[in-house]
Design a protein around this ligand. Structure first.
Ligand SMILES: [Zn+2]
Length: 250
């Protein structure tokens, strides 16, 4: 039942995950993480999803090697936002009120939402982490930037628990505790990160997404991972070929 995806969830999910498609008529074709609707077949489900099959800069990837580079500093300017937790049928997501942004060098990206995957989608030297958080941003010129943070099993994460306590059990539902959250409290150091060009990890797999992945994971408890999996199930796209891309790190 947890994999049952209602149309509302798909429309809501795609609208939020892929802001440039928000408002597109009819939503998208049904997709998921197993069977006919699973990742290996996403590119065949709809002409709109062809990048999932034909793209050459797809995400996620395995970071097996990186080129040492002087990286632009990442600076985050995130405010607190009302805690409304959305179960979009594919992930657990918190939409962010306008006014929060990050700077990568001189480039400004406005924070739209953050959401979670389990296990992690990107890997490091062939290994997945227990979870991965994606902070989705958009620049004024339309460019999308994702700031990703790995979660590794250890201590219970108190900030994460605030979200988990409001996690809707049903797809398409939003739940609010009345409190607020600042996603800054879920970041590790922004000084060390990997940087590369990729795509959305969900249909329509749109490319030219600027990826930055923090090298240090944050903590999540075994019970917190189990809770997520019991509600959403595994929601990680398999790693895609790196092809000619360069992964920079510091
Ligand atoms: Zn994601």
């Amino acid at each position: 039942m947890k994999r049952l995806i209602v149309t509302v969830a798909i429309i809501v999910g795609i609208s939020f995950l892929v802001p440039q498609f928000a408002g597109a008529s009819g939503g998208g074709a049904h997709w998921g993480y197993s069977g006919h609707a699973g990742p290996d077949n996403w590119g065949n489900l709809s002409p709109e999803y062809s990048d999932c099959r034909k793209g050459t800069q797809q995400s996620p990837i395995d970071i097996s090697t990186s080129v040492n580079n002087d990286m632009h500093p990442i600076e985050t300017f995130y405010k607190s936002t009302p805690l409304k937790v959305l179960n979009n049928g594919h992930a657990i997501q918190v939409n962010y009120n306008p006014g929060s942004y990050m700077m990568i060098g001189s480039h400004k990206y406005k924070l739209l939402q953050f959401h979670f995957h389990s296990p992690s989608e990107n890997k490091v030297k062939g290994k997945a982490f227990d979870m991965e958080m994606h902070l989705v941003h958009k620049a004024d010129n339309g460019e999308i930037a994702v700031l990703a943070v790995f979660l590794k099993k250890g201590e219970k994460n108190a900030t994460l628990q605030k979200i988990w306590d409001s996690m809707p059990l049903k797809a398409g539902k939003t739940k609010s505790s009345g409190g607020s959250i600042n996603v800054t409290d879920l970041l590790s150091s922004t000084e060390s990160y990997w940087h590369f060009t990729g795509s959305f990890t969900t249909p329509p797999c749109t490319e030219n997404v600027v990826w930055s992945i923090l090298q240090n994971p944050i903590s999540v408890s075994d019970a917190q991972v189990k809770k997520f999996l019991s509600v959403i199930g595994e929601d990680a796209r398999p790693v895609q070929p790196v092809n000619t891309r360069t992964i920079y790190g510091n």
